[in-house]
Design a protein around this ligand. Structure first.
Ligand SMILES: NC(=O)c1ccc[n+]([C@@H]2O[C@H](COP(=O)([O-])OP(=O)(O)OC[C@H]3O[C@@H](n4cnc5c(N)ncnc54)[C@H](OP(=O)(O)O)[C@@H]3O)[C@@H](O)[C@H]2O)c1
Length: 262
């Protein structure tokens, strides 16, 4: 599939993977719609894309608020045209503590990471069904494959995304709408910059974006990368609790919270 002239909307485009993905899709000839909460970052990215000959439109919106998600995506679609590809990438992460249980952070992760995906897809699905054509993608995580101590909330939110997308993919199979779940390992972005441990197989946002674009082109069902970490995560499902407890013990003594609270 060629991306030339296609219209792609990316949520969470103001930073990290979403930023790099928007640039990579624009470089392939896509007209890109950029959505996130921070206006200045979106404006800077749109200007950069336009300067290099691409076409971009942006709209500010919080995807965890249903109406804002719908309005912002409709706004960029109104300027660019009917959406061929929607990448629900916006996400947040924070450790889960038990003394006390940080319920507010868990709620926020579910609102953005899970409901944010659902609302974003809702914005484009009717038109895709009408046209019997389109591609829905969500950026989940390899963290979806195992509930990790100290990351219960984040891993559960990503597991929910994977399962939601799995069901949707089969349901939309005969309706002309493709569904892709993207599960990256560690990517160097503001989200991971607070991590003090050595992140295995860490890659740049540009490298991740390049791989994601290739997976989207091939309409992969589920794209897990890098394969080495995907293999380790799937293997960890059989790891005994005592081993995971020991491996994550230091992490849980001083878990890395984001610089800006969720
Ligand atoms: N980095 C990794 O190692 C890694 C690994 C696996 C999966 N992921 C996933 O990849 C996605 C992108 O993460 P990243 O690493 O690129 O992190 P990032 O640099 O922190 O970017 C997160 C993006 O999401 C946006 N966002 C957050 N909350 C939002 C909300 N309520 N409404 C709209 N936009 C919102 C942010 O923009 P605003 O703040 O401007 O709204 C930002 O553009 C996330 O879903 C993350 O879970 C990351």
């Amino acid at each position: 599939m060629s991306f030339a002239g296609r219209i792609a909307v990316i949520t969470g485009a103001s930073s990290g993977i979403g930023w790099a993905l928007a640039r990579a899709l624009a470089a392939q000839g896509c007209k890109v719609g950029l959505v996130a909460r921070r206006r200045e970052q979106l404006a800077a990215l749109a200007a950069e894309i336009e300067k290099s000959g691409g076409i971009a439109a942006y709209a500010v919106g919080d995807v965890s608020e249903r109406q804002q998600a719908l309005d912002s995506i409709h706004e960029v679609a109104g300027r660019l045209g009917p959406v061929d590809l929607l990448v629900a990438n916006a996400g947040v992460g924070a450790p889960t503590t038990v003394e006390p249980l940080n319920v507010g952070d868990v709620e926020k992760m579910f609102r953005v990471n899970v409901l944010g995906v659902v609302y974003s897809l809702e914005a484009v699905l009717p038109q895709m069904l009408e046209r019997r054509s389109g591609h829905l993608a969500a950026v989940s995580s390899l963290a979806a494959y195992k509930g990790l101590p100290g990351e219960s909330g984040y891993t559960a939110s990503k597991a929910a995304v994977n399962v939601f997308m799995d069901g949707l993919r089969v349901q939309l199979r005969s309706k002309g709408v493709a569904v892709t779940t993207i599960c990256p390992g560690f990517v160097k972005t503001p989200m991971t910059e607070v991590n003090e441990f050595k992140m295995p197989f860490l890659m740049s946002a540009e490298q991740a974006a390049e791989r994601i674009v290739a997976a989207l082109k091939r309409k992969r069902k589920v794209y897990n990368f890098p394969w080495q970490l995907a293999f380790m995560m799937k293997l960890s499902r059989w790891a005994p609790d005592w081993l995971l407890d020991r491996m994550m013990h230091t992490y849980n003594e001083k878990p890395p919270f984001p610089k800006t609270p969720l």
